[in-house]
Design a protein around this ligand. Sequence first.
Ligand SMILES: [Mn+2]
Length: 395
Amino acid sequence: MSVPGPAGGVAQAGVGGLVDRLAANPLLVAGVVAAVLVVFVTLVFVIRRASRSSGERLRRVLAEYDRISVLMHPNPDPDAMAAAQGVAELAATVDTEANLQHPGLVRHQENRAFETVLDLNLDRIGAAAGLDGEAVVLVDHNEPRGFTGHEQVSPVAVVDHHPGDGTGSSFTDVRPDYGACATIVAEYVEDIGLDPVGPEGEDSNGADETLPPDVSTGLLYGIQADTKHLTKGCSPAEFDAAEYLYCGIDEEALDRIANPEVDTEVLEVKARAITDRDVRGAFVYSDVGTISNVDAVPQAADELLRLEGVTAVVVLGETDGTLHLSGRSRDDRVHMGKALQAAVGDIPMAEAGGHARMGGGQVQKDHMEGLGPGEGVSREQLRERLFDAMTGDRQ
Ligand SMILES: [Mn+2]
């Protein structure tokens, strides 16, 4: 008689044993096969999802809604408007209606020309209650701002090229290395296979697969506007997007946006700023007097900074008892935001600040004249203070 030794027991529990048990139990076989299948299907799903293009992924998110609000930042610029236009086009391919909304105003003449020439239908909101859609998609900024209740808005998708921590609940695509948000959106419409067609080629193709000329033109101008016409802050993606959009450009519309008729007052204020400029070394100050269009002040400052040998400028204009200051610097020695703050910081109710290269401020005239606790500052003293702040003698 032989008794099975310990070695036989191990073999029994090993591969041979498993095969035996499988043979005896068809249910177990089915279980193992099912488990393998589940793993396989999950893997395929994960790989496919990862390799799906961003445009396709955003389109799937949009497809879940009948109507969305595409929200731009306050006072939208061409890049924001173009990105919104592109997202609306993406939404249209899945029969989702898009409402283009923004807080603030479309002010600068270039922005107004963009809106008019491309016949955009923009909707201005003052509060979160004005948002019109089942979901909100943010473009060209990543956290809602500039309207009442903005902190309660949680976007479903965020598409942006500014640094920041804002995210969408289903989709987030923030690329700070890109020059424009329109570039990202141009990639989306290319991802889903839309072909840009120019004004002549319109209607020649199947309408579903084409990108209309107003959208191509808008996206290209959005890219140009945010990159100083492809000279500043570009990544290779801007050039790729421009190449893709090229066939769909409406040159006449592009020219009308790029060279809008300028408000007479803006030109007059620029002329006054140049004629009456006070130049001291590389720094310029100009008081343009009373104005009705506040936007003329920063535009005059931009113009003055172009003068040869000038590295920092401040322009002052007056409306209804308020002095508006606008400063520009391309001088590493002058932090414009801090300089303006140093000049007006001790005047009651005065506001000033900004970045190194760009700053602005407002001073109430009656506070300059000594109303309240302050002793008062004359316009002449303010001029001296501004020069001192630019040279670093006042901090
Ligand atoms: Mn932008």
